[in-house]
Design a binder for this molecule. Structure first.
Ligand code: WQD
Length: 335
């Protein structure tokens, strides 16, 4: 069967495209190329329709021109700070875009739908390991659009006989190869690379949190593991033509890594001195967000396989490929 991946030219989408193709699935991509890395290529034989999820004609062309039987919906804006400044933009892109794709999918007879969601739906979780049944109180418009998107997907699934899965990503990092790495510098690891290679100390946004070393703790997960979870979820959806599957699952490792621990790994991988400058807390940052990865293991027989060193080393290779001169002379090349 053929899968439509909206946003399939982006950082996570391209990893999923690659793994689905390797698993023998047919794939078509709809992407407006707004954040795709310049020069990034899709695998041979994967059709690309350049267009927005807000453009119903483009969505229909992608769905009907390729006999699509399932949709994996990645297309979305994902910067928390920007979402606070531009809520209309985020609701339009993330929710109106989703509704457009869902309506078009239902009308085209598609019965399988996967939504790319986020741990941002939980807001400030007050537990050691966040289970999917934890209260959802998002702290910003980005998280709100993801939570409302999950509701819309489930409700549409129930009303129209779609099988649905929403996957809540924790802190995604790394790359399967340098060409597939994240071109943005909006998260901890690339932000640290940016500072180090500009000759500046990395910043730690607050070292007075109630955590073992005072810095925030997150559940970092390799993007290749994120992709393999999607392949498992797609198989699950494909196996249910009756439209009864209704899953909301965390994708994490279930292991907390602090910002300071991450800086140590980055120092070891890159050879740079990562002694940080401690700054004030960044507003809205929860002290600890770590997934319970039990449910996804039970439901999809999936477990993360890659560790933090692999995330940092692969992200660094991608960074160096895009920033010639970033590598320190004499620093060891990560394996
Ligand atoms: C991680 C930790 C920072 C940069 C965000 C979204 C979330 C999801 C993933 C999309 C925090 C600290 C960072 C730096 C630092 N997004 N930090 N110095 O905020 O956990 O999650 O991205 O789906 O919804 O909220 O990720 O990488 O921005 O920060 O100390 O230079 O690193 O304060 O504690 P975050 P992040």
């Amino acid at each position: 069967m053929t899968w439509l991946l909206t946003g399939g030219a982006g950082y996570i989408g391209r990893h999923v495209v690659q793994q689905l193709v390797a698993a023998g699935e047919r794939v078509v991509v709809l992407d407006d190329l707004s954040t795709a890395a310049p020069g990034a290529r899709l695998p041979d034989g994967v059709p690309l329709i350049v267009g927005s999820t807000l453009d119903r004609a483009a969505v229909d062309a992608a769905l009907r021109g390729h006999e699509v039987r399932g949709v994996l919906h990645f297309a979305a804006k994902k910067q928390v700070g920007e979402s606070v400044a531009r809520p209309f933009h985020y609701y339009r892109e993330n929710l109106t875009g989703l509704q457009n794709v869902l309506e078009a999918a239902v009308e085209a007879g598609v019965r399988r739908f996967l939504l790319s969601s986020s741990a941002a739906v939980y807001g400030m979780p007050d537990v050691d390991l966040v289970t999917e049944s934890a209260p959802c109180t998002p702290m910003n418009p980005y998280g709100e659009t993801k939570l409302a998107g999950e509701w819309l997907v489930s409700s549409a699934g129930r009303a129209h006989g779609l099988s649905t899965v929403s996957l809540r990503y924790f802190n995604v990092a790394g790359a399967a190869s340098p060409e597939l790495s994240d071109a943005g510098a909006h998260n901890l690891i690339p932000m640290v690379f940016e500072r180090l290679t500009a000759g500046r100390a990395p910043q730690v946004f607050g070292a007075d949190y109630p955590t073992p070393d005072g810095t925030c703790v997150r559940d970092f997960i390799h993007v290749s593991d994120i992709a393999s979870a999607h392949v498992a979820a797609a198989r699950r959806l494909a196996a249910d033509p009756a439209g009864r599957t209704r899953l909301t699952l965390n994708i994490g490792r279930g292991e907390g890594v602090s910002v300071r621990e991450m800086l140590d790994v980055i120092g070891a991988v890159t050879g740079y001195d990562t002694t940080p400058e401690i700054t004030a807390r960044r507003p809205g940052d929860p002290a600890r967000v770590v997934a319970s990865a039990e449910l996804i293991h039970r439901e999809l027989d999936w477990t993360a396989r890659h560790g933090v060193e692999e995330m940092v080393a692969s992200a660094w290779e991608g960074w160096c490929a895009r920033h010639p001169g970033a590598r320190r002379p004499g620093a060891r090349r990560p394996a």
